[in-house]
Design a protein around this ligand. Sequence first.
Ligand code: GUN
Ligand code: ZN
Length: 427
Amino acid sequence: MAELILGRVLDIAADPFASPPEDCARLHDGIVIDGGRIVALGAAAALRASHPAARVTDMGRALILPGFIDAHMHYPQTGIVASWGKRLIDWLNTYTFPEEMRFADPAHARAQADLTLDLALANGTTSLCSYCTIHPASVDAFFQAAEARGMAVAAGKTCMDRNAPEGLRDTAQSAYDDSKALLDRWHGRGRATYAITPRFTPTSSPDQLAALGALWSERPLALMQTHLSEQVDEVAWVRDLHPQARDYLDTYESSGLLGDRALFGHAIHLTDRERRRLAETGAALIHCPTSNTFIGSGLFDTAARRADGINVGLATDTGGGSSFSMLRTMASAYEVGQLAGTALHPVQLLWLATAGSARAMHLSDRIGTLAPGSDADLVALDLASTPAIAQRTNRANDLWEAVFPTIMMGDDRAVAGVWVAGERVAR
Ligand code: GUN
Ligand code: ZN
């Protein structure tokens, strides 16, 4: 049965890095969804007249947006979020790898998958692109948990055959075989997308990178996700491991792991050649601001990368990131933007967390916008969810002044409603 949701429906129909941001957004006061899809946006009276049988849900003055899309995270790291005191390589060895070892137990994987997706939904995140662990059952657990919730997610088996502890290593051949079997089981089943997932160059031998590149050429509709140039020490390590490579990106490119369905997490410390190739190929960079500050990686310059013509999505990167909230992540992106020299507009922040991430995941035709025909994944935000936010919003002179305090100060308390494929799932 059709549902008419009333509220302040914000449709960001154009890329706010390509046109003046305020010109890219339109406000409506209702949205009709039916059969899991978005049917129409418009004025409440007109929508009531055109859909007289629709059940009406009045969200008052809540802002209604596409559900948030977290384009890079690690569900196996939910249990070690906010672990103190280490930079990337030590952080991986001290906290991450011991926790990922526990995913040899499928029951642990199932519990953490359920927990992570429930935390995501409570924060208004309706889609995620997650790493799993080297264990194939960790991939099944995540896709099953997403399927049970009706969520469109992407994920893949993390592949590592060097510089990882015993118990967390596969081989070039088993990474290829297991990834292929999982891809063929999950890619395109319901709302699932498979992402071929070499963790990063330091933990995948040249043979493993080549094997996964070969798999991607056989299954070109899958995504490919990995990490790129997150910390200066890591870039130096890759240079030592691959002295013949032109740069870090080349270690992927020369293995067939660069293309328009590639998502590179972090990508802070890039050369001119890398930026040019990323723009030419249509690959996406995924900005993980709470992680980049938490682990001490550096400042990703979103405006400059968009000006280079590179696609950018936004992500929590939990557990390297310190929050499950895409609101907190947008706030961090704003702060990092300020330090890098550009104040990102609220429309740009909201676009990155929805359409930007959807584009990076090649799912723009289904999620990330309010275009009629796309899937009805929605979030409703209370713009006065705490006294501190409310007192500021009450002084707002325009919509953006009303929205920005929730971006900067909001958390899961701001999430007034969540719909996944047309079904109300939270609040
Ligand atoms: N680089 C390789 N693996 C990881 C990871 O799990 N988290 C982060 N932040 N960076 C990585
Ligand atoms: Zn990551």
